[in-house]
Design a protein around this ligand. Sequence first.
Ligand code: DX5
Ligand code: ZN
Length: 215
Amino acid sequence: MPLVSPSLLSADFGHLSRDIQMLNESQCDWFHLDVMDGVFVPNISFGFPVMQAMARDAQKPLDVHLMIVQPEKFVAEVKALNAKVMNVHYEACTHLHRVVQQIKAHDMMAGVTLNPHTPVSVLEDIIGDLDLVMLMSVNPGFGGQRFIEHAVEKTRRLRELVDRTGSNALIEIDGGVNRETGAKLVAAGADVLVAGSAVFKAADPKAEIEALRNL
Ligand code: DX5
Ligand code: ZN
C-alpha cells in the first residue's frame, strides 16, 4: 500500500480552501506542493505566500517539490511552512551534499528528485544520506502529461540501489500517475505516489485517492 500525495497543482486555485478541505477529509497521506520558477522549468506555479495560506488549512504533512534553481536559498522558508519533505532537483544543485545536510539540519526529510533523463546511478554516493528519492515520470513543469513508461524500469533500479545499500530512502514517483501506471510503479517498488490530474479530474476525488492507496 503506497502513500498518496495529491498534487495541488491540479486543484482549482479559485477554490483552494474547498479543495484542501476535500483532501483533509480524504485518506491521502501528504499534500504535494509544486513550486516552479520559470527558469528551471518552463512554467511558474505559486510561491511562498500562497503556500503559507495552504499550510494554514492543510491537516496533512506537506511534501514540497521545488522545481527552481538554487533551492538552497529557501530551506528556512520551506521549514517555516512546517513541511515534512523538501524535494530538490539533482539537476538544480551543484553542491547537492551540502543542500541535503542543510535540509536535514532543519529537521525535514531530505528528498532528491531526478528528471527523466537522469540515471539512478548518480545517487550512488549520496543515497545513504537521503530520506527520499523522487523520480519524475514526466518532464517537470506541467500537470496532466503522459506517463513516461521507462519510469517503471527506473523505479525497479532505484529499489535495487536502496535495498542493496541499506538506505532508508522512500521512493516517490511524480507525473502521469493513475490507477494503471500506479499499479506498475508499486509492483516495481514505489513507496509514495504523487497524483495531480488523476485525483482532481476524477468524478469522485476521494474515491480515487482511496483506490490509489489500495494499489
Ligand atoms: C509536474 C509536477 C507534478 C504534477 C503532477 O511538474 O511536479 O507534481 O502536478 O501532475 P499529474 O499527476 O497530472 O501528472
Ligand atoms: Zn511535483
